[in-house]
Ligand binder design. Sequence first.
Ligand code: BTN
Length: 322
Amino acid sequence: MSKYKQDILEYLMMHKGNYVSGQKLAEQFNVSRTAIWKAIEVLKTQGYSVESIKNKGYRITSVPDHWDSDLLSYVLGDSIFQKQFVYEEVTSTQTIAHELLMEFDEPLLVLSEIQTVGRGRFKRPWASKRDTGLWMSLVLHPNISYQQIATFNLFISIAIAEAIKNVTQLEPKIKWPNDVYINDKKVCGFLTEINGDSDGVHTIICGIGININHKLEDFDETIRDTATSFKLESKTDTDRYIFIKALIDSIEHYYEAFLTQPFKEIKEIYKGYSMIWDRTLRYTEGNKQIYGKAIDLKDDGVLVVLDDTGERHQFISADIEV
Ligand code: BTN
């Protein structure tokens, strides 16, 4: 049944807006009209609105607003992430991705409607509310040196910022190294974990969390002043399928760039999105803490910061307080 459902769904989506007769679908997939009717009933139980009119056929009028693996696979088409794992609830897509990569050699996309133990950088908790955001981990197999991995976050943050800008028309800004902000509030955080051996890095597990359709009350009180969502900034809902398609396209583009180009080729684009220049901010890395202004981002991804006393500091990763 699931196979028919996916085929029928794809066919109806390709003809969205038009009616397709039950007879046509039955011939197309070489099944009975009853089998078609049953598959349509399954689609309806999964949140699709399907109009059926006698002598005209079936037409999809709206798609579910929760994640559905068949619709996701249709939307992402021939993306490099052909292995997709969609869950209703997991502890953390990052944890699941680590388990799945033991079984599969190809790129993986792990998506969940809810995470019960979502985690951020520095072991901080990451709130992941149902039907509102995008909680996803990607597994990639780059075969690169440990040195090369340093710029991965820079490419990915442009990919995320660009997708947000294109879909929402908002003005996202990158907070080096792993956050995206809109109007000085955090809308996205991501973390990059790696597996490697003496030959270098062979697996990247990149977990991305994006607040999309959150209302203010969807955020815990403790982060209401510092977090935001596309909806809060644009006053409109964003179709999460349109956004994930734009995001995956953008990530594929910048991942290819990461594998084939030095960071200096896209450094100016990065700087254009960066929100940390000309601001005195607090930088924390391990036990080290300073107040200073970022003055340079080197070609290897190292950030140079000048503190109040005029001393230069270099960071490869840090927690920055804005
Ligand atoms: C941060 O800002 O500290 C990074 C947040 C990363 C959150 C994402 S949501 C999907 C993936 N699964 C997790 O548990 N964490 C990442």
